[in-house]
Design a protein around this ligand. Structure first.
Ligand code: MN
Length: 227
């Protein structure tokens, strides 16, 4: 189809594949580890998951550097297990949700915490706090055919060599298949969708010059400097 101008498809590299993964939508889950819910002053009980989004072009694999964003004085790191879908649909069963998973990645849901706090206080949308340029750096995708289904494994983030975040995938309040099934009751999911599954406790500020080192056991490691 002819278009008025060319628009580049956002893609992510896949470990061990020449072909790239085309990104459709990017969804995120809020407060999905009890210890993080507590540190944000929220009830850590198992209430239904809630969702927000980032634009597709917010996700990218950084080449060693991530730019510090504009309009914030309190950028927070949130290390998360990222899931990439190869199939979609609506009102999926847990089994269909599992079958839809193509790959995992290690990602950061960068957050302008000052803007988010202000939005919460004023009852306004979170978009400028969550969906900004380069707010979702990720590793290359690792197909589930290589990792197997992940239901446990350490998820960590250190800043300049200092441990900051630590959790385990077994502590996810809503598991990956449950997240996908629930999300598919709000949206028709599609192959190409990417989901950030929530962050463990220990979120905090990342400043210019900081070295971020995030890892998930069985998936990989995401290392970069804040430029
Ligand atoms: Mn998050």
């Amino acid at each position: 189809m002819k278009t008025i101008f060319e628009l580049k498809q956002v893609t992510l590299p896949v470990q061990g594949e020449d072909a790239q993964f085309p990104v459709n939508r990017v969804y995120c889950v809020g407060r999905n580890y009890a210890e993080h819910a507590k540190e944000m002053g929220a009830d850590p009980s198992r209430e239904a998951p809630f969702f927000f989004g980032k634009p597709a072009d917010a996700v990218f694999m950084p080449a060693g550097k991530v730019p510090y964003p504009t309009r914030t004085k309190d950028l927070h790191h949130e290390v998360e297990l990222v899931v990439a879908l190869k199939a979609g649909g609506s009102s999926l069963t847990l089994e269909q949700a599992r079958d839809a998973v193509y790959a995992y990645a290690v990602g950061i849901d960068f957050t302008r915490r000052d803007l988010q706090a202000d939005a919460k206080k004023q009852g306004r949308p979170w978009d400028t706090a969550k969906g900004f340029d380069c707010s979702g750096p990720v590793t290359a995708l690792v197909p589930v055919s290589k990792t197997g289904w992940l239901d446990k494994g350490a998820i960590t983030l250190s800043l300049n060599g200092q441990p900051k975040q630590r959790g385990d995938l077994s502590d996810l309040i809503w598991k990956v298949d449950e997240i996908i099934a629930e999300l598919s009751t709000y949206y028709t999911l599609k192959a190409g969708d990417v989901i950030f599954t929530g962050t463990p406790a220990g979120v905090g500020a990342a400043n210019q010059g900081d070295e971020v080192d995030a890892a998930i056991e069985g998936v990989g490691r995401l290392v970069f400097k804040m430029a």
